[in-house]
Ligand binder design. Structure first.
Ligand code: FMN
Length: 370
């Protein structure tokens, strides 16, 4: 059965991307969506709407421009009942023993609703501001060891680990977990694929065209098979809905209609000077589709990639069309679909009402016909 995930816009939200700039640590960065602050009330409303709309998990991102994912999760467990919290952590920003304890605490108090997404990070400037000066390869080697140490904490009583990046003597985890939680993982570079295939349980991709997503899926599956492993796969999209396809595309264009030059430049800088292969892949898709008004497939649009660096490809159309497109990705082998939009609250309410039930209905009908 397909599972739906969404994310919490803990850097702010709104109907327009890059309409303003804000300053963090002396740097001027894009305030993606400056209209709505990520207040407790707002993020709580999103978590509750996600739960009501049939999403199983809420992804909490990590980065200098958003709220702390663990602190947010620790709060939201009090305002929800069934929603899982998939909080992101960068191995360079927290020691594994500290993270394992925080994770286990949220897991315990939430009745097992904590999940972890390991994200290595791709902007050297941003990582340096957090004290992380490793290069791309070293970051992923550290990520590999980080996951190994976390898995030891999650499965063994007493652990001793003498690795290249982490050293632990007679460590143990309190509170204990009943079973090892799945390790979610994002990253598109060659080394990211190797680490995912060997260590992760759920591989998360940013959506692209159906063909490219199929290629990426087949590559990671091939590498997982070499390791004798089977993973679960998640694909992420923005969603823009309309009563007609035309209306949906008008809405999609309006999201970037106020983007400031500075926002576009900052995005280009990240794509050209950053080190994230995933960001560059999306950027290329956008550049190559400029003459087609960013249409890269039926109901698939790269226009938001002008301003957004990650997870920027959108499914645009009527609820029926978007449901059909989602099913095409499910048919490729994705059992998890992450959906988000601008503004986030209204989008996930619409998705919960109009898209998730349709996808489920269409999939159930196919089962009956079989
Ligand atoms: N990177 C972050 O720094 N913070 C995040 O919260 C974050 N969330 C992600 C969510 C998904 C679904 C995916 C696919 C990626 C996410 N990333 C995030 C980025 C990647 O984890 C990765 O660190 C980045 O793309 C650089 O790796 P690459 O060069 O292997 O592509």
């Amino acid at each position: 059965m397909v599972e739906f995930i969404t994310m919490a816009p803990t850097a702010g939200d709104g109907a327009f991307i890059g309409a303003k700039n804000k300053t963090i640590g002396g740097r001027s960065v894009v305030d993606e969506t400056a209209e709505r602050e990520p207040t407790l009330e707002y993020i709580k409303a999103i978590a509750q709407a996600a739960e009501q709309g049939g999403f199983s998990s809420l992804l909490l991102p990590t980065g200098t421009n958003c709220l702390d994912s663990l602190a947010v999760a620790a709060n939201l467990i009090n305002h929800t009942e069934t929603l899982n919290f998939l909080f992101a952590v960068r191995p360079g920003s927290m020691a594994p023993a500290t993270f394992a304890k925080q994770f286990a605490t949220v897991h315990y108090w939430s009745g097992g609703r904590a999940l972890v997404n390991i994200v290595t990070g791709g902007s050297p400037t941003e990582l340096a501001s957090q004290g992380d000066f490793f290069d791309h390869r070293a970051r992923y080697e550290r990520t590999r060891e980080y996951i190994q140490v976390l898995n030891k904490f999650f499965t063994e009583d007493v652990i001793t680990h003498h690795g290249e990046h982490f050293q632990l003597e007679n460590a143990s985890l309190y509170p204990k977990l009943a079973s090892k939680p799945p390790i979610y993982f994002g990253g598109s570079s060659d080394i990211a694929l190797d680490v995912a295939a060997a260590e992760a349980d759920v591989y998360m991709l940013w959506g692209e065209t159906l063909e490219l997503s199929a290629e990426r899926l087949s590559e990671i599956k091939k590498r997982a098979t070499v390791n004798g492993r089977q993973l679960s796969y998640s694909i992420s999209f923005q969603v823009v809905l309309g009563d007609t396809e035309k209306e949906a595309y008008e809405k999609a264009n309006s999201i970037v209609s106020r983007s400031q030059q500075a926002a576009l430049e900052e995005k280009n800088n990240l794509a050209y000077k950053g080190e994230s292969v995933g960001v560059k892949q999306l950027h290329d898709l956008m550049e190559n589709s400029k003459d087609k008004n960013f249409h890269i497939g039926p109901n698939i649009w790269a226009g938001l990639t002008q301003v957004l660096s990650g997870n920027s490809i959108a499914l645009v159309g009527t609820p029926d069309q978007v449901s059909e497109r989602i099913i095409e990705f499910v048919d490729l082998g994705f059992d998890k679909v992450l959906l988000r939009g601008f503004p986030h609250l209204e989008t996930i309410k619409e998705v919960g009402e109009l898209v998730i039930p349709k996808v489920r209905e269409k999939l159930a009908q196919r089962q009956t016909i079989k």
